[in-house]
Design a protein around this ligand. Structure first.
Ligand code: BES
Ligand code: MN
Ligand code: ZN
Length: 500
C-alpha cells in the first residue's frame, strides 16, 4: 500500500473511495467536506441535520455517489471536538480508518487532510496520516497458506490531498518521515511476530546484513569466538545452553563525521525459556518476542538510514536463545562481563540484563557518548504501568529529557521510574560484584540498577518494553501482535540530535 501527497481538489480525484472529515457538532460544512457535500446535493448536511451522523471521533459512514463524483463512494469520517485534534489523535484515527476502509474494500482512496492540517500544520498532518495508515493496515499473515484466512478487502493506495498550496512542501516532508517511521516499525513487528524457529540469532544477523546492504549502513556480526576474545562472558553465559550460535549484531549509521555516536542497544533473546530456572509452560510462546528490543533497534536503523540525520548512530543487538541443557549456565555460577565486573547468576531467567551488560560494555568501548537500551526486561513492568506507558530509567536528566521530547512527538508514551541508591542494595552479592536478581520487590528497578553499573558514567536511558511489546487487539496504530514500540521514538531521538 502506497501513500502519496498531492495538491488539488478533492472532488475530481480519479479513485474508488473519497474520505472527508467532519467535526463533532459541526453545523456548517467547510472546505473539502463542503465541496463533496455540494457535489452530493447536500447529502452530508442532511445526515448531520437528521442526527444520523454526529462527527464523533472515529465515526464512519459510507455514501454512494451514484455518478455525482468520479469515485463510487464517499466515506465521511468523524474527527471529534478540538481536544481530539492532536497529532496522536489523527494518527490513531487514521489507523482505525485504514482498517475500516479495508473492510469496505475501498481500493484506491483519496482523503482530505485539511482538518489535520488546519489543527497541526501540513507536515504533522501528513506525517500522522501516513504513519496511521501504514501502521494500522499492518498485518502478519505470511504463514496462512489459505487466502480465506486473510482479510479480503484491500486498500491499494491512498492519496493525501493537501488543498493549501503553501503547505504542500511541508506535507511532502511529513509523508517522507512518516513512511520511514511506519515502515521501520513494521520491520520490527515482522521480526517480533516471526516464531522463534524462524527467527534464530542467525536469522536476525542475516536480516541485519540484508538491511545494511539495502540501506548503506555498516554491519558487523561478532561471532562466538570473537565475543570470547572480547571477554563477553556475561553475554556468552546465556548462550551456553543453546545449540543455536549466538550473534552479536553491530550496525553503524555515519552522518556525524568524527563525533562520538549515540548507541541503541537492543535485547535480542530470540526465545526465552528461562534456562535452568525454567519458566512455566503456560504462555511461554510469548517469549518469541523477547528480541523485540533488538528488532526495534533494527527498525529504527532502517528509518535512520532512509532519513539520513547528520549524526552518528551505533546499533547493537546481542542475540542468543536462553535454553536449558547439559551445557547451560546454573544458578550460583559466576561470570565476568567485558568491563571486568563479576556477576553471580542466581536466576538464569534474569538473562536480559546479562546480555545487555556486554551490549553496553561494547558500546562504551566503541566510544558512545550516550546509551539507550531497549529491552523486554521484566514482567514486573506490567504490574507497574501495564501496556500503556514504557518504563524509563536513567542516570542523566538531560538525555532523559531528549527521550521525553522524542516520545512526545511519536506518541509512544513513557514514564520515568525512580533509581534511588537503596534499590541497588538489593543486588549486592556475597560472592561477586553484583547478583543478577534482587527478588520480587521493585523487580523492574533492581534490573535497571544492575544495568546502571555497566553504563558507568556514560549518559544512559533504559527503556523496559516488556509490557508494551505486544497488543491483544487492533486499536489505533496498534495491530494485534507485536507493536514495534519504541521504533518511532528512537528515530525521533536521532533526528533531534542531528538538529542539535
Ligand atoms: N523476558 C523476560 C521478561 C518478560 C516477561 C518479557 C513477560 C515480556 C513479557 C525476562 O527475561 C524475565 O524472565 N524476567 C524475569 C526476571 C526475574 C527472574 C528476576 C521476570 O520478570 O520474572
Ligand atoms: Mn528471562
Ligand atoms: Zn527475557
Amino acid at each position: 500500500m502506497d501513500v502519496t501527497v498531492s495538491g488539488g481538489s478533492i472532488v475530481n480525484q480519479q479513485v474508488d473511495t473519497v474520505v472527508v472529515e467532519v467535526g463533532d457538532g459541526q453545523r456548517r460544512l467547510t472546505g473539502a467536506a463542503a465541496q463533496i457535500d455540494a457535489a452530493l446535493d447536500g447529502a452530508i448536511a442532511d445526515m448531520l441535520r437528521s442526527g444520523f451522523f454526529a462527527g464523533r471521533a472515529g465515526e464512519v459512514v459510507t455514501l454512494l455517489t451514484r455518478g455525482a463524483l468520479p469515485a463510487a463512494r464517499v466515506v465521511v469520517h468523524g474527527i471529534g471536538g478540538a481536544t481530539a485534534r492532536t497529532e496522536d489523535g489523527f494518527r490513531n484515527r487514521a489507523g482505525n480508518l485504514g482498517r475500516a476502509l479495508r473492510g469496505l474494500n475501498a481500493g484506491r482512496v483519496a482523503t482530505s487532510t485539511q482538518a489535520a492540517s488546519d489543527a497541526i500544520g501540513g507536515e504533522g498532518a501528513a506525517r500522522a496520516w501516513t504513519e496511521g495508515l501504514i501502521l494500522g493496515l499492518y498485518r502478519f499473515d505470511k504463514h496462512h497458506t489459505s487466502a480465506a484466512d486473510r482479510p479480503r478487502g484491500t486498500v491499494s493506495a491512498v492519496t493525501l490531498i493537501e488543498a493549501t498550496g503553501t503547505r504542500l512542501a511541508a506535507a511532502r516532508r511529513g509523508l517522507e518521515t512518516g513512511t520511514a517511521l511506519a515502515e521501520g516499525t513494521n520491520l520490527a513487528r515482522d521480526l517480533g511476530n516471526e516464531p522463534a524457529n524462524l527467527m534464530t540469532p542467525t536469522h536476525m544477523a542475516e536480516r541485519a546484513q540484508a538491511l545494511a546492504e539495502a540501506s548503506g549502513l555498516d554491519c558487523t556480526i561478532i561471532e562466538r569466538a570473537e565475543a570470547e576474545r572480547l571477554g563477553m562472558g556475561s553475554y556468552l553465559s546465556v548462550a551456553n545452553g543453546s545449540v543455536q550460535p549466538p550473534k552479536f549484531i553491530v550496525l553503524r549509521h555515519r552522518g556525524g563525521g568524527r563525533a562520538r555516536p549515540l548507541a541503541l542497544v537492543g535485547k535480542g533473546i530470540t526465545f526465552d525459556t528461562g534456562g535452568i530456572s525454567l519458566k512455566p509452560g503456560a504462555g511461554m510462546e510469548r517469549m518469541k518476542g523477547d528480541m523485540t528490543g533488538a528488532a526495534a533497534m533494527l527498525g529504527a536503523m532502517q528509518a535512520i538510514a532512509r532519513l539520513q540525520p547528520a549524526t552518528n548512530v551505533l546499533g547493537i543487538a546481542p542475540c542468543t536463545e536462553n535454553m536449558p541443557s547439559g551445557s547451560a549456565t546454573k544458578p550460583g555460577d559466576v561470570v565476568y562481563a567485558m568491563d571486568g565486573q563479576s556477576i553471580e547468576i542466581l536466576n538464569t531467567d534474569a538473562e536480559g540484563r546479562l546480555v545487555l551488560a556486554d551490549g553496553l560494555g561494547y558500546a562504551r568501548r566503541e566510544g558512545a557518548s550516550a546509551l539507550v537500551d531497549i529491552a523486554t526486561l521484566t514482567g514486573a513492568m506490567n504490574v507497574a504501568l501495564g501496556n500503556v506507558r514504557i518504563g524509563t530509567f536513567t542516570n542523566n536528566d538531560r538525555l532523559h529529557a531528549e527521550v521525553e521530547r522524542a516520545s512526545a512527538v511519536s506518541g509512544e508514551r513513557i514514564w520515568r521510574m525512580p533509581m534511588d541508591a537503596e534499590y541497588g542494595d538489593l543486588i549486592k552479592s556475597d560472592v561477586a560484584d553484583v547478583k543478577n536478581t534482587g527478588g520480587a520487590p521493585a523487580g523492574s528497578i533492581t534490573a535497571a540498577k544492575f544495568l546502571e553499573k555497566f553504563a558507568h558514567d556514560t549518559p544512559w536511558v533504559h527503556m523496559d518494553i516488556a509490557a508494551v511489546m505486544d497488543s491483544d487487539r487492533d486499536t489505533g496504530v496498534l495491530v494485534k501482535g507485536n507493536t514495534g514500540r519504541p521504533v518511532r521514538t528512537l528515530v525521533h531521538l536521532a533526528l533531534g540530535r542531528a538538529r542539535g
